[in-house]
Design a protein around this ligand. Structure first.
Ligand code: NAG
Length: 358
């Protein structure tokens, strides 16, 4: 049949039709085969990535370094569930022994919740993740939602000054942990322990952001990815497909920039096409509400949090956090209706500076 058709060419309409329908059969078979092989390839790549499709920028190693035993997973799940707000949001901080000591940063952090404006109830939603056993024990004596996160053979209990090796490992471990928390379906407000909570930050978050992050320096536009200088010490992240992909990408990117901390790497990758590709909505938080020692929250009627950033050295930090708490108490000492008549101001930075300690 096919022979006949080919010999006669297109002169006879009937034969022509016969050529076409015969070729259609081949075409259909080829398309079916192609579709089948494409779906097999897709299935394989989907499976390899544990349920996610690959994209060019994410061809980076893709696994957690945190190892939880079965019982540790159960403990973490239980604490997260207990601490979560109605919309599955938790407040998270990460602690080591040096910061957990009595009179140090942990105590000042908890005190800020107690003297803040309606922040006391937020302590129920706070989960403290401890990097070593001393921090875990201290946590249990002062707070109800404590999670241990120890790494066999690695000691995180020391002071971990800015950019030392121990500091870097701890910073990246916390990104890995936050990625796990997102995968478990919880939204979080991550806060460094040296962030003082004076007001509930939730009303000040943007309604439509996936990943909202505080800034060392805020340039006025919450969408400005180029000029705002983010600080990873305080951020609000909703758990969804985009943020889970983003944390995977961020964590994997540490291998591309060895010796850099999470914040520096964030600055390298924040404008990466991958982030646009996944549709992540990044918002930068205004220092008017979420301030720090780099750029203060000048208006005491607005401040939600104050971070002891731009400060090297634990002892200096503790001194300035103390001063910060006293400044806030002074503001509170005026009756609510006349607070705006008094000029309140921060007397920090006083002992803090970016000068290395000699
Ligand atoms: C902290 O700063 C104050 C005021 O500048 C100064 O008097 C004090 O000695 C400083 N304390 C330490 C321990 O550096």
């Amino acid at each position: 049949m096919q022979q006949t058709c080919e010999n006669d060419g297109s002169e006879t309409p009937n034969l022509c039709h016969c050529i076409n329908s015969n070729h259609y059969n081949y075409l259909i078979a080829a398309v079916v085969l192609l579709l089948a092989s494409v779906s097999i390839v897709l299935l394989i790549s989907y499976d390899r990535n544990g349920g996610r499709f690959t994209s060019t920028a994410s061809l980076l190693p893709d696994r957690h370094d945190i190892y939880f035993s079965e019982s540790e997973h159960i403990l973490l799940d239980g604490v997260l569930k207990k601490a979560a707000m109605d919309d599955d949001t938790v407040i998270l901080t990460v602690l080591n022994a040096a910061w957990a000591k009595p009179g140090s940063v942990l105590d000042q952090f908890l005190e800020s919740f107690r003297i803040g404006d309606r922040t006391l109830r937020l302590l129920d939603h706070l989960v403290i993740v401890s990097m070593d056993i001393q921090a875990y024990n201290r946590c249990k004596s002062v707070h109800s939602n404590c999670v241990p996160l120890s790494t066999p053979g690695v000691d995180f209990s020391g002071q971990s000054d800015f950019m030392t090796n121990g500091y870097l490992k701890m910073m990246w471990k916390r990104i890995d942990l936050l990625w796990i928390v997102l995968q478990k379906g919880y939204n979080f407000i991550f806060t460094d322990t040296d962030v003082m909570w004076f007001r509930d930050p939730l009303p000040m978050f943007y309604k439509d952001g996936d990943f909202q992050i505080s800034c060392d320096y805020f340039r006025g536009n919450p969408l400005d990815i180029q000029n705002n200088l983010p600080n990873g010490g305080f951020n609000y992240v909703k758990s969804n497909r985009r943020t889970i992909e983003f944390y995977r990408f961020w964590y994997a990117s540490r291998l591309k920039y060895p010796g850099r901390n999470d914040q520096e790497v964030l600055n390298f990758i924040k404008a990466d096409p991958f982030i646009n590709g996944i549709g992540l909505k990044i918002r930068f938080l205004d220092t008017a509400y979420f301030g720090g020692l780099c750029e203060k929250s000048e208006d005491f009627q607005k401040v939600c949090t104050m971070h002891a950033n731009c400060c090297i050295g634990l002892s200096r930090k503790v001194l300035d956090l103390r001063t910060m708490l006293e400044d806030w108490k002074k503001f509170l000492s005026f009756a609510p209706n006349i607070r705006n008549l008094h000029s309140s101001f921060w007397s920090v930075p006083k002992n803090c500076s970016m000068q290395p300690i000699i």
